[in-house]
Design a protein around this ligand. Structure first.
Ligand code: PEP
Ligand code: MN
Length: 339
């Protein structure tokens, strides 16, 4: 349920209404949808009816949302959400490019990668310090040491940091370093993790689960919003299908559909989506045209020596070529919007 406020509502009146909603045990999420101010009422329906809300003169309308995912839906917010992080925007028309190695391997590697990301117009450095590996015998990540290297590289090149959190026990530590928490595909339905991240004040990049439906994906996003953090970025990274020729199958339908169903920004990760270096460029570009707001790409100075995911990582030259094409694709996409 949400309320639509009158244009004349003052900030004191809005605060009074929000306090009233909170006193009944509900969360109150205030948003601006275009020029319309709304308050989402989160939690159980009991104890708060339409009539009580309508007693407030600033309440123009009370609307029920007929979807299981409510506050991430277009029903609640018609305008695209643009997430502002230290002045950098995710969503909207800006190019969102997140690149870096699968795993943080050394300080030198992060410095060199950050330089290349910046030089190619990227604003976000990605890299895993806590790695979700299928085999317990594979490289598990450098932990806090890796976070330090990433932070140093981000500060030097004025980039924003995106790194994965796998466990609620690591949130506090990772929070000291990162700008965006990444929730990996394997943890998309780790509800304890989603709830705790809902209590943080940093954006969450939520990757689609290995075999999650669109509805499950949006419900996972809803968890984070319902627990207090509306700054969620969706990430399509391919799903499991019967096809084994590629590591995963990128759901292009899903990208276009998510844009219809949700106001949240969406990023395409064709590195994990395809698992194959040669497919990263065409699939990334295609998904941008299908509606993705930006791309996440794994890159490595020498992919064959990478400690993880080398076969899907672009080398720096390939990355430069992709960036050039990405810029042109975004310009082309903008030109289509005007038709
Ligand atoms: C990653 O981004 O390095 C990663 C492990 O991704 P995913 O969770 O999509 O497999
Ligand atoms: Mn990876």
């Amino acid at each position: 349920m949400y309320v639509v406020l009158n244009k004349s509502a003052t900030s004191e009146e809005i605060l009074e209404l929000k306090r009233f909603i909170q006193k009944t045990g509900h969360g109150a999420l205030e948003i601006l949808d275009g020029s319309v101010r709304k308050i989402g009422i989160m939690g159980k329906k009991e104890g708060l009816g339409k009539e009580e809300l309508k007693k407030f003169s600033i309440v123009k309308d009370v609307v029920k949302i007929g979807k299981p995912f409510k506050f991430v839906s277009r029903e609640f917010k018609k305008e695209d959400t643009v997430i502002d992080i230290k002045g950098r925007k995710i969503g909207g028309t800006d190019l969102v490019l997140m690149a870096g190695p699968c795993s943080v391997e050394s300080k030198e590697m992060m410095m060199e990668t950050a330089r290349v990301v910046k030089a190619n117009g990227g604003e976000f450095l990605r890299g895993g310090a806590f790695k979700p590996r299928t085999s317990p015998y594979d490289f598990q990540g450098l932990g806090e040491e890796g976070l330090k290297y990433m932070r140093e590289a981000c500060d030097k090149y004025n980039l924003l940091m995106v790194t994965e959190v796998m466990d609620t026990r690591d949130i506090e530590l990772i929070d000291k370093y990162t700008d965006i928490f990444q929730v990996g595909a394997r943890n998309m339905q780790n509800f304890s993790l989603l709830k705790e991240l809902g209590k943080t004040d940093k954006p969450i990049l939520l990757k689609r689960g290995l075999s999650a439906t669109i509805k499950e994906f949006l419900m996972a996003a809803e968890y984070i919003v319902a627990f207090g953090n509306e700054r969620v970025i969706l990430c399509e990274r391919g799903i499991r299908t019967f096809e084994v020729a590629t590591r995963n199958t990128v759901d292009v339908n899903g990208i276009a559909l998510l844009k219809e169903k949700s106001h949240l920004p969406i990023i395409i990760d064709a590195s994990h989506g395809t698992g194959k270096r040669s497919l990263v460029e065409p699939v990334t570009l295609g998904c941008i045209l299908a509606g993705a707001d930006g791309a996440m790409v794994e890159i490595h100075q020498n992919p064959i020596c990478a400690l993880s995911d080398g076969e899907q990582s672009l080398n720096f030259e390939e990355f430069e070529v992709l960036c050039g094409k990405l810029k042109k694709t975004i310009e082309f996409k903008e030109s289509l919007r005007c038709l």
